[in-house]
Design a protein around this ligand. Structure first.
Ligand SMILES: C[C@H](CCC(=O)NCCS(=O)(=O)O)[C@H]1CC[C@H]2[C@@H]3[C@H](O)C[C@@H]4C[C@H](O)CC[C@]4(C)[C@H]3C[C@H](O)[C@]12C
Length: 325
């Protein structure tokens, strides 16, 4: 499971937890403006916005998991098993495969408003990258500084939802995730008041009791409620340090610790492989990994953004300990 997040202080920050039991050798990948983006059924973008994000590079193509462009737009793909439904080629639409979707959007658009217009003309094509990289069942969060949307290609067609929460997890579909929040509207960051039984004295014996009932398990519906509560009540200063710290704290509230979620085999567990936070205004991609709590940064503007070749940095995965004596 995964959690995607968009959060604005003075700048806009966009990122995710990538929760999985294995990795595909993903790297922080910068795609410069003149790298030719080829699409299976759409015209090549010979020049486009530069992108920074995490991708697996296969046959010279950046298969992005998440990223942001130099104009401040962010986008991430999250698992959406059994619900994602990709389509045969549509003659009246631009056909984009799921693995091309992030480059196609981030390569061309600056705002969510522009993306919404473009989405009316596209269909997500049921076509794999290769035998090694078959189709992934995904849905996407796309965000700029002021708004966020969710895109889901389901049996009924392409669904686009406004997302006032700036959060996405996995199943079920976004309309159900949103509806489910009705169950939590009574939760509060303030101490509770007695509406339970008139005339009975209760003891507010602990801080945080106003949010008793907020789920703490790692299922996707529970992570959605937890992350929305944390994100919507979040208070952060405007500096870069305060903003990225708060961003990683929000992601940390729904991170997966090894041992808590079995997947298949007795010794197989889903973990938060990496957490990312891109300052989309500055083009700086920050990340931590499961074993490396130190924040590492890749600044796209330190690369030749007018170049034609991909630049990739392997994730620094080992714990970096700063000794004080
Ligand atoms: C599985 C990843 C999402 C994390 C997640 O939600 N896991 C939860 C699993 S579950 O719900 O609990 O079962 C997704 C996010 C981005 C995906 C990758 C990107 O889409 C890029 C390529 C696309 C290729 O088609 C397949 C390999 C791949 C390299 C994808 C593998 C995998 O599906 C990734 C890594």
């Amino acid at each position: 499971m995964c959690t995607g997040l968009s959060y604005t202080t003075k700048d806009h920050y966009f990122g995710r937890n990538l929760d999985l039991e294995f990795s595909y050798n993903e790297t922080v990948t910068v795609t410069p403006r003149n790298f030719p983006f080829e699409f299976r059924r759409a015209a090549t973008l010979t020049t486009h916005h530069a992108i920074v994000g995490i991708a697996t590079i296969a046959e010279g193509y950046p298969l992005y998991y998440d990223g942001a462009n130099e104009k401040g737009l962010g986008m991430a793909g999250l698992n959406f098993p059994d619900n994602a439904d990709y389509k045969p080629e549509a003659s009246d639409k631009t056909n984009i495969t799921p693995f091309e979707f992030i480059p196609w959007i981030l390569g061309q658009f600056e705002t969510v408003e522009e993306v919404k217009t473009a989405l009316a003309g596209i269909s997500l094509l049921k076509l794999s990258f290769s035998k090694t990289f078959p189709l992934s069942p995904l849905h996407w969060i796309i965000a700029d500084k002021s708004q966020s949307i969710i895109v889901e290609s389901v049996k009924e067609g392409l669904r686009v939802y406004d997302n006032p929460f700036g959060v996405l997890t996995n199943n079920p579909t976004f309309d159900i995730q949103r509806f489910n929040l009705n169950n939590y509207m009574h939760l509060s960051t303030y101490p509770p008041e007695n509406h339970f039984a008139k005339g009975v004295q209760f003891d507010t014996y602990s801080r945080g009791m106003g949010a008793i009932g907020l789920p703490g398990d790692l299922s996707s519906a529970s992570r959605f409620a937890k992350a929305v509560f944390t994100r919507m009540n979040s208070v952060a200063g405007e500096s870069e340090s305060e903003s990225i710290s708060q961003f990683f704290q929000i992601l940390g509230s729904v991170a997966q610790q090894r041992g808590c979620v079995h997947v298949g085999g007795e010794d197989e567990f889903e973990i938060t492989i990496y957490s990312s936070c891109c300052n989309t205004d500055q083009g700086i991609y920050y990340y931590t990994t499961y074993e490396n709590s130190q924040i590492t940064a890749v600044d796209m503007h330190r690369e030749d953004l007018d170049g034609t070749t991909l630049v990739d940095y392997p994730l620094i995965k080992g714990q970096q300990i700063h000794r004080q004596n």
